[in-house]
Write a protein that binds this ligand. Structure first.
Ligand SMILES: C[S@@+](CC[C@H](N)C(=O)[O-])C[C@H]1O[C@@H](n2cnc3c(N)ncnc32)[C@H](O)[C@@H]1O
Length: 198
């Protein structure tokens, strides 16, 4: 990779026309997004990527210094991870992998997360769309600490135990897709080795 390319990545990435600083992850989720989800899970227990929020979202919080990626998670988890660190999309990938691994542990009930919609990204297809419930938000939310006129929309996703209350709360934010079902371009319609009409 050329030095010029590396410097450009460190300066920031453009997300649907929205310039992101590679090192600036200090923006907080708007309350109108996290509060209804919080109520639906009877209160989040853990926010493993915290620091920027003006009001605590969960009683247990891990900051950058704690490194939430290296901790064990528990209960109902709220995850708005760093969007742009590592200078590329790999931070999102790391947090999504961690969320899926943690959601598979008995100690974790559900991980509810948000990220910007980016259907051109590998992490979006390989992780977000495989969540137990996915909500494509039907409006744009200004983030606390970021510009007031975002040009991207949000996806809310949940890995783990998704009950009716959580589904209702997600549904109020946009369109909900369930269980990661997607079109299979090569479905098996015949038994192996048996040709049609044989
Ligand atoms: C997008 S903000 C979300 C803040 C808050 N959880 C919310 O939803 O409003 C991501 C936060 O994660 C913090 N962070 C970055 N790396 C982290 C790490 N390895 N472990 C825990 N937190 C981290 C950042 O400092 C930042 O405050």
């Amino acid at each position: 990779m050329s030095e010029e390319h590396t410097a450009g990545e460190q300066r920031g990435t453009v997300l649907n026309g929205h310039e992101q600083d590679a090192d600036d992850n200090e923006y907080a989720t708007p309350p109108e997004v996290w509060r209804p989800l919080d109520r639906a899970v009877d209160g989040f227990d853990l926010d493993p990527c915290s620091g920027a929020e003006p009001v605590p979202i969960a009683p247990t919080r891990y900051t950058k210094e704690d490194d939430g990626l290296r901790q064990k998670w528990h209960g109902a988890v709220w995850m708005n991870p760093p969007w742009s660190s590592n200078g590329d999309g790999s931070a999102k990938e790391d947090w999504l992998r961690k969320a899926r691994n943690e959601a598979a542990r008995d100690a974790v009930d559900v991980v509810v997360g948000i990220l910007p919609v980016d259907a051109s990204a590998n992490w979006f297809h390989e992780h977000v769309l495989k969540a137990d419930a996915v909500c494509l938000c039907d409006r744009r939310y200004p983030f606390i600490g970021q510009d007031r006129n975002p040009s991207f929309s949000l996806v809310v996703f949940a890995f783990g135990a998704v009950d009716g209350e959580l589904l209702d709360a997600m549904d109020a934010l946009g369109s909900v897709l369930l269980d990661g079902d997607r079109h299979d371009p090569a479905p098996q319609t015949t038994l192996g080795g048996v040709a049609d009409g044989a």
